[in-house]
Design a protein around this ligand. Structure first.
Ligand code: ZN
Ligand code: ZN
Length: 350
């Protein structure tokens, strides 16, 4: 069973015991799952621009390189640093921390994770977290925002479903309700500020690489090449890696754990996704901080959480518990890797 049904949290009481009467009345009306975007046309145009322009850069980067010349090594360095920063912001931050609460972070690290994830340009933090909590609540059933099984199981339906799960769902007219799915973060002023700063962080994510490489090489050409590769191409590449978790990792790959959905573990995406593609384990044990739990299953985000724990930036990390996972394993018996609570006594003692 997944533990995420409890993630659709109703807003907590305001702390004083008895609720005010209008509040009582409001609680009697269920909070809707979704709310329409105030301007669906504007939303769709923005999604088209923020996914389409980087994708255009991705597919034209090589031909453009014939004309402008290939990458400077400075652009490669800055591109990799921004990929790590924004990708870990999604894997460690938006996903394992903000959505699932796999660990607790201190305030500075929480804000850093929020900024890093926003710079992946996958939507404002409250949208991302709310959509993903709804995905777990209904995974591969009616109500899942991005199941590839939405249209059926035959080849034609599944092909359509894969396109929907990969990026079609981003153009939906309704937004998953923040009030219903993210009341915890709605009550956090730091995070609502990060949410509001989305447009500025988008600009920073695209322009900062150009500025850094432009100053580093003291050339406009260097700045433009960095804007293309370390800005747009990097963002689009990371988009497709994240979206592949929704499409590929719910369709193809190994099923190593019992989960109530069609999630799969996909080894070839593990390094690029920082360990997010061990998605079958994630659905079997959603609050677990480590997704690649078997020996040899590379999980860079888990290793970074481990390092952050050593530095004292995060605490109460929910490392995999051998006793719990043993009951969920299917197929051949495989040994769990390190960073694992070996038995129940360990987990109680920590
Ligand atoms: Zn998740
Ligand atoms: Zn999933």
């Amino acid at each position: 069973m997944t533990a995420t049904t409890d993630l659709a949290i109703e807003p907590p009481p305001d702390g004083q015991g008895k609720l005010a009467e209008p509040e009582q009345a409001r609680r009697k009306t269920p909070i809707p799952e979704t709310v329409p975007y105030s301007s669906p046309g504007v939303h769709r145009t923005a999604v088209a621009i923020f996914t389409g322009v980087p994708m255009l850069a991705l597919v034209t980067a090589i031909p453009i390189a014939w004309i402008w010349g290939f990458l400077d090594w400075q652009t490669v360095v800055v591109g990799i640093v921004f990929y790590l920063f924004s990708g870990l912001g999604i894997a460690m931050g938006f996903h394992r921390y903000f959505t699932h609460g796999s660990y607790k972070a201190n305030r500075a690290f929480k804000i850093l994770l929020g900024i890093a994830g926003t710079m992946a340009i996958e939507g404002p933090i409250l949208n991302w977290v709310s959509d993903h909590r709804k995905h777990h609540k209904y995974s591969d059933k009616d109500g899942d925002p991005h199941s590839p099984w939405r249209f059926g199981t035959d080849l034609k339906a599944l092909t359509k479903g894969l396109i929907w799960a990969h990026m079609g769902w981003l153009f939906e007219r309704n937004q998953t309700s923040h009030q219903k799915y993210s009341p915890d973060w709605l009550a956090d002023k730091d995070i609502t500020l990060v949410n509001r700063l989305f447009p500025y962080l988008v600009a920073a994510s695209l322009l900062a690489p150009a500025l850094i490489v432009g100053l580093w090489t003291m050339s406009w050409r260097g700045a433009l090449i960095a804007l293309l590769w370390a800005g747009l191409v990097r963002v689009s590449f990371l988009h497709h890696v994240t979206w592949s978790i929704n499409s590929i990792c719910h369709t193809f790959g190994k099923r190593e754990f019992d989960a109530r959905d069609k999630s799969r573990n996909v080894a070839w995406l593990a390094v690029l996704s920082f360990g997010e593609s061990w998605h079958n384990l994630h659905h079997a044990d959603p609050t677990c901080a480590r997704h690649g739990v078997f020996k040899g299953q590379i999980d860079i985000a888990a290793r970074c959480i481990w390092a952050a724990e050593k530095f004292g930036w995060v605490r109460n990390v929910r490392w995999p518990e051998e006793a719990r996972l043993n009951g969920k394993k299917v197929g051949e018996i495989r040994a769990l890797g390190g960073m694992t609570k070996r038995n129940v006594a360990d987990s109680i003692g920590s």
